[in-house]
Write a protein that binds this ligand. Structure first.
Ligand code: ZN
Length: 201
């Protein structure tokens, strides 16, 4: 079974090496919509694939990091990178070009890592990221699955090279969330109190 949660963010990017002059030479923005799909073959103690309430902290903060941010490739010129980092408070430096395709892969790998680092206290161990669909416009989107996220041919998504600006991190409920994730920390999740026993006695 698959469940889907929709996130929205407004972000700016510049897409190098594409055919459109407007996309490759000018910073511009989109109202992105991101569909995060989780799947499981069995349900948790609340009879859900995964409790959306548990996504509210780390995964939501991660995606909120993209909001009003300038997303740029680490291979931009030093001059370009410095000017963004100096004159814009919210930015994310990425190991890949910020196309819808690559952003969906970055979000897949990030959400998967945050989920893997989150304690499973509700019998929801089976839940995993199934796909990430990133809508860049009303008519165009990119959807990535695990094989895409891990494809070396498409460029390795090394989370240590996904760098959030200090202002982005300061807005998170835990400004050290990314640093902790990279160090292999485990995030606690609240266990649900059972009002009705899972099985009839
Ligand atoms: Zn664009």
């Amino acid at each position: 079974m698959i469940i889907r949660k929709l996130y929205r963010f407004e972000a700016a990017h510049i897409v190098r090496n594409c055919s459109s002059d407007r996309c490759k030479y000018s910073l511009h923005g989109h109202s992105f919509r991101c569909e995060l799909e989780l799947s499981a073959e069995r349900l948790d103690r609340g009879q859900m694939v995964y409790d959306f309430g548990l996504l509210k902290r780390h995964v939501r903060d991660f995606l909120d990091g993209f909001d009003h941010a300038t997303l740029f490739w680490e291979r931009e010129s030093a001059d370009f990178r410095r000017s963004i980092e100096r004159h814009s408070r919210r930015w994310i430096r990425l190991p890949v070009s910020p196309t819808a395709e690559q952003l969906s892969r970055v979000i897949f790998v990030g959400a998967r890592a945050l989920l893997a680092a989150s304690e499973r206290a509700n019998g929801d161990e089976a839940a995993r990221v199934h796909s990430v669909t990133l809508h860049e416009t009303e008519t165009g989107c990119a959807q990535s699955f695990e094989a895409d996220a891990d494809s070396l041919e498409m460029g390795r998504i090394d989370l240590a090279r996904v760098v959030f600006s200090p202002t982005v991190m300061a807005d998170w409920s835990d400004p050290k969330m990314w640093e902790k994730l990279l160090k292999g920390a485990r995030f606690k999740t609240p266990a649900t109190a059972m009002q009705i026993p899972a099985r009839r006695a």
